[in-house]
Design a binder for this molecule. Sequence first.
Ligand SMILES: *[C@@H]1O[C@H](CO)[C@@H](O)[C@H](O)[C@H]1NC(C)=O
Ligand SMILES: *[C@@H]1O[C@H](CO)[C@@H](O)[C@H](O)[C@H]1NC(C)=O
Ligand SMILES: *[C@@H]1O[C@H](CO)[C@@H](O)[C@H](O)[C@H]1NC(C)=O
Ligand SMILES: *[C@@H]1O[C@H](CO)[C@@H](O)[C@H](O)[C@H]1NC(C)=O
Ligand SMILES: *[C@@H]1O[C@H](CO)[C@@H](O)[C@H](O)[C@H]1NC(C)=O
Length: 387
Amino acid sequence: MHISQIIAILTFVTLAIPTAARNAKCTNSLALDGVYIVGDVDMGGNPLTHFDAPQISAFNASAIEDWSFDGVSHDGTAGMSFFFSRGNVVGHYAGQRLFLSVVWPNGTRYMESVFVKRSSVRQCQHSTTANWLDDTAGVNWTFTSSIDYRNTVVAIDSPTVQGTYTIKALTPAVYPNGLEYPSADGDPLFAPELYWEENVPVGTVDANLSILGTPFVLSGYGGREKNWNSRAWADISANWDMIRATVGPFAFVAWRYKSQVDQNTYLSMVLFKNGQVIFRTSRLDDSDGKTYGSVTLTNTGLVNLASAPDSRLQLPESRFTGYILDFVSPETRLHWRFAVDFTRTVYWFPASSALRIGGFVGNVTGGLVGGKLYTGLASGSAQELVI
Ligand SMILES: *[C@@H]1O[C@H](CO)[C@@H](O)[C@H](O)[C@H]1NC(C)=O
Ligand SMILES: *[C@@H]1O[C@H](CO)[C@@H](O)[C@H](O)[C@H]1NC(C)=O
Ligand SMILES: *[C@@H]1O[C@H](CO)[C@@H](O)[C@H](O)[C@H]1NC(C)=O
Ligand SMILES: *[C@@H]1O[C@H](CO)[C@@H](O)[C@H](O)[C@H]1NC(C)=O
Ligand SMILES: *[C@@H]1O[C@H](CO)[C@@H](O)[C@H](O)[C@H]1NC(C)=O
């Protein structure tokens, strides 16, 4: 065996390093830029694995794992979205990628995508610390999260961006089937080849960044999640609408997703009231008399997802401006309805020749049908199939 293969094998393996430290048993998962194997990799998927822990410990030329974060300001005019990724990013195999996009209140945007040399995710008894690092380029992004997901701090230090983002959970971590972590009945496999966990469905967000010397300060709401897929997003997904919101005593997270693998549509909707799950469904219709839900595109709002005014690539705008979400429980005869209107595009770019992917923030109105109407804020992402 060639020495480079041996080195490669050593670095593929998740390095489980039991430390002798007082009470503390930590594990560290290290991944290096460009280090991948040929063939199938283990996709994990054990529901009892902590949501911040890596599920993929060795990467091939297609698998990817993302830790994603977002935020919307209290007035709905500023938004942000960022991801820490490992794996195949547009043909960059075993990329250690950092993506950030923000929109200021006046609509000005900033977006960057950088590849670093290595990433590590270290889990100890009380916290997780993830670090994406390129010390030569001076890029160091870190997130530290309490094991109960309640408190997360992201520190960004790079030549372009410096500052922090914090998120404090208002809701428990949930699986796509709406069960709360930890549960042996939780199922992270949402659709073919697509795994998903909501570490923080909704939380309060405070960010304070300096971007190319310009302050970006956001105080509001947001959430964070984890995805891991055996192949690239553009290869497994057709279209989707993923929305999280906080509105009066309610909060929700919803994802309607059409798979390119089997052409079926998958749904996950979880509704919280005062931080407790009060409704969950994966059903798109009421055929069995159980809970169901729907996410309907609307085009009556003022904002379509669009390219930044200063972007060289000017894509056609999204054909929709928001959503109506229905959460229906025939058994209890309760029906909640919320309308989301986009207020800003956070990003809008091509995912393939047939797909556009967007990040948005918006405002929300709704509540129990026939009850008090509340207003609130939303953030999320959408993929539009344009053929
Ligand atoms: C990578 O591994 C996944 C999961 O086993 C598999 O589905 C996929 O086809 C593999 N990709 C390549 C390029 O071998
Ligand atoms: C919009 O706001 C940003 C951030 O404060 C600022 O840098 C930029 O100059 C503003 N643009 C316009 C056109 O006012
Ligand atoms: C990266 O940033 C984290 C968080 O601020 C810090 O603890 C760590 O020492 C930094 N690492 C390097 C190599 O600069
Ligand atoms: C943001 O960070 C800068 C630099 O650390 C600090 O001077 C400023 O007071 C902070 N702003 C807020 C709103 O926290
Ligand atoms: C929601 O956003 C739309 C579009 O920007 C705006 O017209 C509307 O006034 C906003 N509603 C609230 C309640 O802020």
